[in-house]
Design a protein around this ligand. Structure first.
Ligand code: ASP
Ligand code: MG
Length: 422
């Protein structure tokens, strides 16, 4: 069995869906489990729906009808007059979604509401693709991944309960997947009370890896609109090149520091089960792409990752005492409670500096919590974090770094150099 994962860009319009159907039928469909994301930018639109719902904005119904219209036009193009016959279920999902955002009882916990709402992007897209495959004579079974991926209730960043998930996947999903082409969703799971949960933005890669591991798949393929994993983002750096092979550790490091091709959590399950990952182009399926496994050499070209919109929290004690173990324990507890990941950190005797993504003002509650204590925090916004993995330090590289901004923090971790730039 093999796992395929198609992201939102691959199903952003009707011709995308047709292309996905072609790729599926070119494989051995009955031996595939296919994870499909929400279409195009649907998840972003659903995020603004959550926002409108939570803050009771009057844009709510407009967002909903735009979503309905964009999906309807893809459906019309794919099915024409026979649309109702094939995708009856989609209308029902929109009704459910409408009822959900109208239900005032669900609107006091933002993260909970978010998870109940955004999963509709994947539910709808997988229904459409599954129906289209059937209409083309490609037999498949649509399954709701919430029945299999069981998680805790850390909404928007749920943790998988591996024991329970393995049990249901083995008992319930494996027998189905051995016989049929399975179409399912990524990114979502089910919490302890039977509610929807999500694994974090772009989490479908991770779902594909979970299914890969638990179904003992031969391989996992992530189909992208790029040729494979590049050594830098071609939109930000000149002279980039495609990487043919990465070890699992290379891939984990690159994903962790922000190479956006692979979701950071994807590699661990695959490494544990020694399942190769392929990153291939859905625009040209004959290209070899990138392979991630431990059977080839580690990457040898320097890889550059530039993360923008970073901010640095400079944390010190109000009485100029040392930042010691007790402060650190308190600081990291607050980070964890607020679900904030530190990209890099550095400490001196009296100051701890942490660089984080500047996301939705998520650091504000953190500032509040810490300022109640004996700590003082300065925030520096508008920073970039440049990581050079496997650097060859030469003059040319140094020049390029200076071209990007002034270095505020510089760190060498052996396999990588990090620069915080302003
Ligand atoms: N649809 C979700 C997102 O856009 C999950 C995914 O695509 O991986 O974040
Ligand atoms: Mg997506």
């Amino acid at each position: 069995m093999k796992i395929y994962k198609f992201g939102g860009a691959s199903v952003k319009d009707a011709s995308g869906v047709q292309n996905v159907a072609q790729i599926i039928s070119a494989g051995n469909p009955a031996q595939l489990l296919v994870v499909i994301s929400a279409m195009g930018k649907t998840t972003n639109a659903l995020e603004s729906l959550v926002d409108a719902c939570f803050h009771k904005k009057n844009t709510l119904h407009e967002i909903l009808s735009n979503l309905r219209n964009s999906h309807q036009s893809i459906i019309n193009e794919l099915f024409g007059e026979t649309a109702l016959m094939w995708v009856n279920e989609v209308e029902n999902l929109f009704l459910e979604l409408e009822c959900l955002v109208d239900n005032e009882n669900l609107q006091d916990d933002y993260d909970f509401l978010y998870d109940q709402v955004v999963v509709y992007g994947e539910l709808i897209s997988t229904r459409i693709v599954s129906a289209y495959l059937l209409s083309q004579g490609i037999r498949n079974q649509w399954v709701d991944s919430r029945n299999f991926i069981l998680t805790n209730d850390r909404y928007r960043d749920a943790r998988v309960d591996w024991t329970d998930t393995e049990r249901v996947v083995t008992n319930r999903l494996l027998p189905l997947a051995q016989k049929n082409l399975i179409i399912t969703q990524g990114f979502m799971g089910k919490g302890p009370k039977g509610e929807s949960t999500t694994l974090g933005r772009e989490g479908s890669d991770y779902s594909a890896a979970i299914f890969g591991k638990l179904l003992h798949a031969e391989s996992v393929t992530i189909w992208k609109d790029v040729e494979g994993v590049m050594n830098a983002d071609p939109k930000k750096f000149p002279d980039t090149q495609k990487i043919d092979h990465l070890t699992y550790n290379d891939a984990i490091e690159l994903a962790y520091y922000g190479a956006s091709v692979i979701h950071p959590k994807t590699i661990q399950p695959l490494k544990a089960a020694n399942i190769p990952l392929f990153v291939k182009s859905f625009l040209n399926i004959d290209l070899p792409g990138t392979m991630v496994s431990d059977s080839g050499a580690p990457v040898s070209v320097p890889c550059k990752i530039l993360k923008e919109d970073q901010l640095m929290l400079c944390i010190s004690t109000k009485d100029f005492n040392f930042i010691a173990e007790d402060n650190l324990r308190e600081i990291f507890a607050v980070f964890s409670e607020n679900k904030i990941r530190v990209n890099i950190m550095q400490n001196s005797a009296i100051q701890l500096r942490c660089v984080i993504d500047n996301k939705e003002n998520r650091h504000q509650p953190l500032l509040q919590a810490l300022s109640n204590s004996n700590l003082e925090i300065d925030v520096i916004e508008g920073l970039k974090l440049l990581t050079i993995y496997k650097p060859t330090v030469n003059e040319k590289e140094a020049e390029n770094i200076h071209g990007l901004g002034n270095i505020l923090v510089q760190q060498n971790t052996g396999s990588a150099m990090h620069y915080v730039l302003r």
